[in-house]
Design a protein around this ligand. Structure first.
Ligand SMILES: Cc1cc2nc3c(=O)[nH]c(=O)nc-3n(C[C@H](O)[C@H](O)[C@H](O)COP(=O)(O)OP(=O)(O)OC[C@H]3O[C@@H](n4cnc5c(N)ncnc54)[C@H](O)[C@@H]3O)c2cc1C
Length: 451
């Protein structure tokens, strides 16, 4: 609880609204994507720019409040909200500027992928981002970024070319190839550990439309569908990104959904013909459409369901693991959520690995058990399902996990393993420079010291 007089002081020092539990907008402002997370901050500062962010840091320091940073509010760990502390809320900072000639976009700290894609597509340009429009551009990029254009253009963070941050010490720092290059390296995957990004700059690529959508498969052949998907992406051209989702049909039998995104020039690409010929195709929405339509293929309700995600980057997807995944999807006896299989073929492998701290670009797939449910009475069972499913995947794991999908209970060792020892120590050195007292610890944390 912060004294009312102090809150009034804060109000007079910032341009944006300051929300406390007595405000009408407070409940909506503390809500995040994952309904499992229900926390009550002492104060939410809806920042209108870098000055407000600096004032919020100063206020938190003066009043010994812990800090959380809110972009799109999608992180499944609920890092954007905390009990009793201060939230730096960036949801008013949604501007995206596009330099069409220079093929660069500058996204403000709270822009979503819908904001970003709408602005860049107005210029016939695109950057590889997330697959749900309401996800935050900065939150996703700072953890890596896997989506519909990964095979074509790499991870989202591979296309991050510049940034402007406000550090917890309330100073403004810029990073680019010419300035604080080490910080730019660290931002490509190590989360919001070093400051609050007021702006991230992205390299853009021309794109007019794609062939994409969903192919849904049912029945006894879904095992073969997954094998076909696996073999196809292994030999796929970079013009095809592809993801698969293992789920249950209404009879509680395993079903598979494959989401291709093709940007090549072939009228009827062989890869799509191969997918369509797989057994048990019951629904085919794959067609020529705009990239904005492709970004609506996986719309997802905000704040309605409870989520607990856990997974691994794997070196391969052998038949044995496919069988394991198909067993796991039925093991709860009711729909547990989904298992997402993201292919990392193509462009992520072409990037010079010294350009970013992330180790996972070497993986064949990112496989995640995404438990999703509505009734709090089932919390224990669904969380256990996700953990046990991740355990079943672990024998094929490369070690570490995907920071963007991690829950808050992941041990430091798994965060360290996501980068490897050498990169982790470099990140620690950056942390000591920009956030030596670990103010920004509500994230997949890089502690400045030994713990
Ligand atoms: C429905 C859904 C779809 C998703 N789709 C994808 C996908 O396609 N690809 C993918 O790779 N991931 C995806 N994710 C995961 C997503 O990338 C991460 O959860 C990411 O952290 C979300 O960012 P956010 O800003 O929306 O979340 P928030 O919860 O607001 O923030 C998450 C973290 O990022 C930090 N952060 C956010 N903005 C800033 C900023 N401006 N400066 C500094 N730190 C900041 C916060 O401190 C926090 O630690 C998805 C998640 C959901 C729930």
């Amino acid at each position: 609880m912060v004294e009312a007089a102090r809150i009034e002081e804060l109000r007079s020092s910032v341009a944006g609204p300051v929300l406390t539990p007595v405000d009408d907008r407070y409940d909506a402002a503390r809500r995040c994507y994952n309904a499992l997370v229900d926390r009550r901050p002492a104060v939410i500062v809806r920042c209108s720019g870098a000055d407000d962010i600096a004032s919020a840091f100063d206020f938190a320091r003066a009043n010994q409040l812990e800090v959380a940073v809110r972009g799109g509010g999608h992180n499944p760990a609920g890092h954007c909200v905390l009990d009793g502390g201060l939230v730096i809320d960036l949801s008013s900072l949604r501007r995206v500027e596009v330099d069409g000639d220079g093929r660069v976009a500058r996204a403000s700290g709270g822009a979503t992928w819908l904001d970003f894609d709408s602005a860049t597509q107005d210029h016939g340009l695109v950057a590889p981002g997330g697959i749900v429009g309401s996800t935050g551009v900065c939150g996703l990029t700072l953890g890596g970024g896997i989506g519909h254009l990964t095979a074509q253009h790499g991870l989202t963070c591979d296309n991050l070319v510049g940034a402007e941050l406000v550090t917890p010490g309330a100073t403004v720092v810029r990073a680019s190839a010419d300035e604080n290059e080490e910080l730019l390296w660290g931002l490509r995957g190590a989360g919001g550990n070093f400051g609050v990004a007021t702006r991230l700059d992205f390299r853009l690529f021309p794109l007019s439309g794609v062939v994409g959508g969903k192919l849904s498969f049912r029945g006894a052949g879904v095992r073969d569908v997954l094998r076909i998907f696996r073999d196809l992406v292994a030999g796929s051209p970079q013009s095809l990104s592809c993801q698969a989702v293992i789920t249950l049909d209404e009879r509680q039998q395993p079903a598979v959904l494959v989401a291709p995104c093709y940007t090549g020039t072939a009228g009827d690409p062989e890869e799509l013909r191969t997918l369509r010929a797989a057994p048990g195709l019951v629904d085919d929405s794959v067609r020529d459409h705009s990239f904005l339509d492709q970004q609506r293929v996986f719309d997802s309700p905000y704040g309605q369901n409870r989520h607990y995600w856990k997974g691994h980057f794997v070196r391969e997807l052998p038949d044995e693991l496919i069988d394991e995944l198909l067993t796991r999807i039925t093991s709860l006896g009711r729909p547990p959520g989904d298992i997402l299989v993201e292919s990392l073929h193509g462009a992520p492998k072409d990037v010079d690995e010294s350009a970013a701290p992330l180790r996972f670009r070497h993986a064949a797939f990112n496989i995640s058990a995404m438990a999703t449910w509505a009734d709090p009475a089932f919390d224990h069972e669904h969380i256990a399902w996700a953990r046990e499913t991740a355990e079943a995947i672990e024998p094929w794991s490369l070690g570490g996990g995907y920071a963007n999908y991690m829950q808050a209970d992941e041990p430091l060792e798994r965060v360290r393993a996501a980068f490897g020892d050498d990169a982790f120590e470099r990140l620690r050195a950056l942390k000591r420079t920009y956030d030596p007292t670990n103010v920004l610890r509500r994230n997949q944390n890089i502690p400045p010291g030994d713990r």
